[in-house]
Design a protein around this ligand. Sequence first.
Ligand code: SF4
Length: 386
Amino acid sequence: MTRLGIYVQVPFCQTKCTYCNFHTGVFSRNLHIPYVEAVCREIAGYPELLRGAGIMRVSEALVDTVYFGGGTPSLFDPIGLARVLDAIRAGFECTLEEVTLEADPETITSDNAAAWREAGFNRISMGVQSFQDNELKAAGRMHRRDDVFHATRTLREAGFQNISFDLIAGLPHQTHESWDESVGQLITLRPEHASVYLMEIDEGSRLGLEVLRGGTRYSASALPSDDAMAGFYERACGRLAAAGYVHYEISNWSLPGFESKHNLKYWRREPYVGFGAGAHSFNGTQRWANPHDPAAYVTAIGQEGFRVEQLEDISREQALEEELFLGLRQLEGIDLARIESQYSACLRPRVEQLCAQGLVEWSGTRLRLAPDRLTVSNEVFVNLLN
Ligand code: SF4
């Protein structure tokens, strides 16, 4: 039976962080309940929706992971989140092994944590980003360092035994010392899982736009250099490894056995279904997305006019590119022989060149990125695909 992941997108935030380039926004709380109802309707009507759009449903599927991301899904009333989980249990065959909720530290109260446990969440992914108040403030985050300590205690007391922290390398005002301190605090609190993301500068965020225009708002002039950011990442690799964390994906570490089961599906090209505004789905041969605007999504869902967007049949060439691009994000690498045989592709001459340049390592069966090239992985992918 195919294992299926379900992603629920909740693109609602309290404020917009300066560096955020996601399709999320600050919307009225009045929209929370209608949004929950729309997501439940979408889940219940999912088979007809796919049929109407000419999309193949993953047959004989067992849902084993659910991930509520955003946005800040922990802003929603836990009763609404529980309703969505109930709708999933009613609409799909489920053996839920990992049910994740993304939560910002300041939204984690003992009442919320108890209600999340009661609803069936067993993993919390916390947007920590930094343990330095000046960095959090400059980035427009709502929480402060003390909130992270309090939230972690609260989650542990509520019985959560699988917590993940996100950190961002490259925030304005970050220094080697402040970064080391943030990583050190993470290690002290010992979440089961940690993600380290490199700051992205593009026109999708207020900070990115300011940098591209050469301005100084949003502490743009206090951004660390690319070299410093790469150095932060390298230091995190060393410290986390020394503390017993396994580096299993470019941006992700876990204590043994706590890899994110849901996110592994993305890198392994396993099927997942997304519900909610802007959610993406993949059935093995097609990818599609829901409309991004939450208000438009709420109005359209369940009506004749509801359409999925960006529906794309994945060609053989695209599938091969995805195998390489996504698979090589995993530190265990990919089975080159399997990929060559599945796609009738001959990659070895190119791989040998890249090995000679020190960009990848090839053990004879597994191809992986060279450990010192993880921060320039895109360059390696481009080289491999050309
Ligand atoms: S909380 Fe996350 S999704 Fe929301 S604005 Fe900040 S970075 Fe973006």
